[in-house]
Design a protein around this ligand. Sequence first.
Ligand SMILES: *[C@@H]1O[C@H](CO)[C@@H](O)[C@H](O)[C@H]1NC(C)=O
Ligand SMILES: *[C@@H]1O[C@H](CO)[C@@H](O)[C@H](O)[C@H]1NC(C)=O
Ligand SMILES: *[C@@H]1O[C@H](CO)[C@@H](O)[C@H](O)[C@H]1NC(C)=O
Ligand SMILES: *[C@@H]1O[C@H](CO)[C@@H](O)[C@H](O)[C@H]1NC(C)=O
Length: 272
Amino acid sequence: MKPHKPLCHWVCFFWLCCGFARVFAQVQREDEDGGGWRSSADPTLDDGGRCNIPVLDNISYKDFMERFAFSGPVILRGLTDNTKFRRLCSKKNLLREYGDRTVRLSTANTHSYRKVDVSFREYVENFLRPQAHDALGNDTLYFFGDNNQTEWQHLFSEYSPPPFTLPHTTRATSFGVAGAGTGVPFHWHGPGFSEVIYGRKRWFLFPPDKQPHFHPNMSSLSWVTHSYSSLTLEEAPLECTIRPGEVLYFPDRWWHATLNLDTSVFISTFLG
Ligand SMILES: *[C@@H]1O[C@H](CO)[C@@H](O)[C@H](O)[C@H]1NC(C)=O
Ligand SMILES: *[C@@H]1O[C@H](CO)[C@@H](O)[C@H](O)[C@H]1NC(C)=O
Ligand SMILES: *[C@@H]1O[C@H](CO)[C@@H](O)[C@H](O)[C@H]1NC(C)=O
Ligand SMILES: *[C@@H]1O[C@H](CO)[C@@H](O)[C@H](O)[C@H]1NC(C)=O
């Protein structure tokens, strides 16, 4: 009998188990940490908890139509459960499934959308970084919208959009991933919903008849750092930060700008 042999088996078995447990714990941690997308938060981006948009749980369609659909933004909770979709949007999973696909990036300014095609992997590795405070919107490339609905169909089919629609409209989905400090400067279009899957997104809105002052090539970040702080009380926007599980509704033609506080994964449902 040589006792060291079975001992080695046990040691190796124990060692392997530890390895598996570590990998499992890492996957779990990644999920809790924001799907592996988390970047170091920039405290200057924070909203200090300001929120003057109603945040409502489990609102009925009737309530939504009467109080918000045609009159003002609202943040809705409890509309849908996108836990599974969220898991599919982890960094590891999206890179595995879509890393080699071509995505179309747009400049983050108000009018002139320059478009650039790169692989999703290249976007994540080379473009997805915290935005510099002095970068211009027209020089910043952003992945949002212009999604190839055929290639991304498998993922998008797992998304439960907000169940509310408006009469005579159809839904169109736009998906994006963007770095901390990026965002789209003020613009307007038809009504829709925006949901954050990972990260946090700060929103600024003005009614259609109250156009904010902004330079069309200025980044959202630079508007927040330079213009926002000098607004008077009457000039102040409606604003709030949305987090995973929350959906912001914006009515037709409302001016809006966004600022991603973290690296964020997000999806919008436009009612066209
Ligand atoms: C909203 O609905 C969910 C699911 O039906 C329920 O678990 C939750 O308690 C509700 N929240 C409120 C504030 O009513
Ligand atoms: C971006 O906009 C600024 C100011 O409007 C302009 O000076 C600059 O040339 C633009 N950059 C590009 C790449 O077009
Ligand atoms: C914004 O940038 C675009 C190109 O990036 C340029 O053509 C345009 O003139 C700039 N607009 C202003 C108002 O400077
Ligand atoms: C979308 O992807 C499919 C499959 O890869 C491709 O055949 C098609 O040309 C793409 N459509 C656009 C608009 O790029």
